[in-house]
Design a binder for this molecule. Structure first.
Ligand SMILES: O=P(O)(O)OC[C@H]1O[C@](O)(COP(=O)(O)O)[C@@H](O)[C@@H]1O
Ligand SMILES: [Mn+2]
Length: 637
């Protein structure tokens, strides 16, 4: 009885709230008709990318050419009506409208007929691409200032009727005559790009290696529909911004290694001056950058060592190695019991005879405190980190697929690994949920334990974003490369088996037979014949190496995975293009397309997560209509 009453009370509360939004029967009809029919349209196009690693030029181009989709649509619409050169030039106009128009003006080719011709081509393309969307959604994609004229243009049917043909001609002529051709071209290109990508998923690693992660994030922040799955490099920077000293030292070290100090200094206003001055003092024989890298590396090992010592649950004891250095002989004893010679025996900042090799010197403390204040006070960095927290998660379940950067920790036999942490046990999804919660604690409360945790997420063997035992100590200090190999989680082997994929999908509440796992983190060595498609398409690893440093390894320059109404398709981007190159010769990134999965029937909006939410709304609307009809609620007139 009580249950029934609470239930009806709750229902009528929902109905009353809905009645405020839809006060008349007509308003309910309108919404119901719209939602019901929307469910039958093809599902929106999702694009997935990962491991952007600061490669702004490539990302900018791929965002502008919508991963190659625009070129395909142009081919489809204009086929042999335009020559290859004309199509290439038209594509460049869509990718870079402002720059292309400037170029045409400088070359005195921007004639009224050029404007008219291109506007009419853009209109034709936009019309074809809009068929997948309800009209109201299309108008939402049009930049406000031009909405009414573009809607008018989109509604013309010149092929059906002579009067319509003349009407369209007049519209275009007037636009050009009053000198607004350039504005309208630009507005159309915005619309076309929105129509090409309904949702963008970035499966982690914005930062490090490439030099403009800040510009990537600025660009992305303008995109209307994005979600992010954090990568290990992202959590490292997030931890640094929030004040973790171990994260700060590592970020600075990575930037120095890749000569990317501009990101820090110019992008985020973080001065490395105190560090470089100090470093050139203690390593006078080294070049300034090298000296700074050496100095911060030792600080990083000290801070990391302290952090590992106070966090046994991270299970990273094997990474505390400074105290295994025999400073007199300049050898270090590693976990395998063997002694390895060090690259250098010179450790001016370590008190070799002292009690604690992990203690920072007074000067080091001063430097890290300075750096810490720069990181925690950089407004630009904090805007980016807030965005990563707002749009990002450790994993995302979207339309039946599971997205995360690294791995689900497994045992050697492929079962989920149980992880003990602070007296509790976690495995599979519960471990992801715990890790995400702790990462959010760092953002919301900045607790020391959560800040330490961010470092663990960056490089912990059990971290879902890493899943590798980093050999930073060996890579930095021991020339013998046999010590550099980083053992990784069994997940990275098992992911090639259908059984493992199904097990993981099920663990995250997804249909094991229909879902896919989408990961980044591990560069796919295409050159060596490795495929990004695992377990017959149940998992796809889309780290194609946007980052230049990895091109040699992967042999390509990045992937975009595309999910449309017919299935999944992978685009392999062949070589980097940039704006100048595109404008000079209308060059595009060449992309090779591979079908991962082709469905026999089209997926509709009704088959998506959004579709299921709409279905709920429809049920509520029917109930409201019923309440209006049977007098439970009174509609307004
Ligand atoms: O997530 P990613 O891109 O694989 O980066 C982490 C890797 O980078 C490293 O820190 C190596 O970096 P370097 O190439 O700069 O030496 C490895 O130890 C680690 O496995
Ligand atoms: Mn990674």
């Amino acid at each position: 009885m009580t249950d029934y009453r609470t239930h009806t009370k709750k229902t009528s509360k929902i109905l009353r709230l809905m009645a405020e939004k839809y006060p008349t029967k007509e308003a309910v009809y309108e919404k119901l008709i719209y939602l019901q029919s929307y469910l039958s349209l093809p599902k929106g196009i999702e694009h997935f990318m990962s491991d952007l690693h600061g490669e702004y030029a490539s990302f900018f181009h791929i965002l502008n050419n919508c991963s190659g989709v625009i070129r395909e649509k142009v081919d489809y619409v204009f086929g042999v009506r335009l020559t290859e050169d004309e199509k290439a030039e038209f594509c460049t106009l869509i990718y870079y409208p402002k720059e292309k128009i400037d170029q045409m003006r400088t070359e005195r080719r921007a004639t009224p007929s050029w404007y008219r011709e291109n506007l009419s081509r853009l209109l034709e393309l936009a019309k074809l691409m809009s068929y997948k969307y309800p009209a109201s959604k299309v108008s939402g994609f049009i930049p406000d200032r031009y909405a009414s004229v573009i809607v008018e243009l989109m509604n013309t049917r010149p092929e059906a009727d002579q009067a319509q043909f003349l009407y369209l001609k007049k519209l275009l002529n007037t636009i050009v005559q009053i000198d607004s051709g350039a504005d309208f071209i630009e507005a159309f290109t915005v619309l076309i790009k929105r129509l090409a990508v309904d949702r963008l998923h970035i499966v982690g690693d914005f930062f490090d290696r490439g030099n403009r992660p800040d510009a990537i994030l600025n660009l992305l922040m303008e995109h209307p529909s994005v979600d992010i799955q954090w990568g290990n490099h992202d959590v490292l920077w997030m931890g640094a911004a929030l004040g973790s000293e171990a994260c700060i030292a590592t970020v600075v070290r990575n930037s120095l290694r890749y000569h990317n100090t501009d990101v820090l200094e110019r992008g985020y206003g973080i001065s490395l001056r105190p560090l470089t001055t100090f470093a050139s003092h203690i390593y006078p024989d080294e070049a300034p950058l090298k000296a700074a890298e050496r100095a911060i590396t030792i600080m990083m090992f000290k801070l990391e060592g302290q952090l590992i010592a106070r966090n046994h649950d991270f299970q990273m004891e094997s990474r505390r190695l400074l105290h295994h250095i025999d400073f007199r002989s300049s050898y270090a004893r590693l976990g395998d019991g063997r002694r390895y010679e060090l690259e250098s025996a010179y450790f001016p900042t370590i008190d070799e005879s002292g009690e604690d090799v992990y203690e920072l010197t007074a000067k080091e403390q001063e430097i890290i405190a300075d750096l810490r204040s720069y990181f925690t006070e950089s407004a630009v960095l904090h805007r980016h980190v807030d965005y990563l927290y707002q749009k990002g998660n450790l994993y995302t379940c979207c339309n039946g697929n599971l997205l995360f950067h690294g791995c689900v920790p497994l045992n050697e036999d492929g079962s989920f690994r149980t992880i003990r942490f602070e007296g509790k046990e976690y495995r599979g999804r519960s471990w992801f949920d715990f890790c995400e919660q702790r990462a959010r604690e760092a953002w919301l409360h900045g607790t020391p334990r959560a800040l330490d945790f961010m470092y663990f997420l960056w490089c912990g063997r059990l971290s879902p974003t890493s899943g590798r035992e980093f050999k930073t100590f060996e890579r930095a200090l021991i020339p013998d490369e046999s010590t550099w190999k980083e053992p990784s989680d069994p997940y990275y082997r098992y992911i090639d088996t259908v059984e493992c994929c199904e097990h993981v999908l099920q663990e995250f509440g997804l249909d094991p037979k229909r879902g896919h796992i989408i990961n980044g983190h591990v560069p796919v060595k295409v050159k060596k014949g490795e495929s990004p498609i695992k377990a017959g398409g149940r998992a796809i690893i889309i780290d194609g190496g946007f980052c230049r440093a990895y091109h040699k390894k992967t042999g390509i320059s990045g992937y975009t995975l595309i999910s449309n109404s017919r299935g999944l398709r992978l685009l392999e981007h062949q070589r980097i293009a940039d704006v100048r190159e595109a404008l000079r010769a209308n060059h595009d990134i060449e992309s090779v397309s591979e079908t991962v999965e082709l469905q026999s029937c089209h997926n509709t909006v009704g088959d998506t997560d959004q579709g299921r939410a709409i279905q709920d709304e429809i049920t509520d609307l029917y109930n409201l209509l019923l309440a209006y009809q049977n007098g439970l609620l009174k509609p307004q007139n």
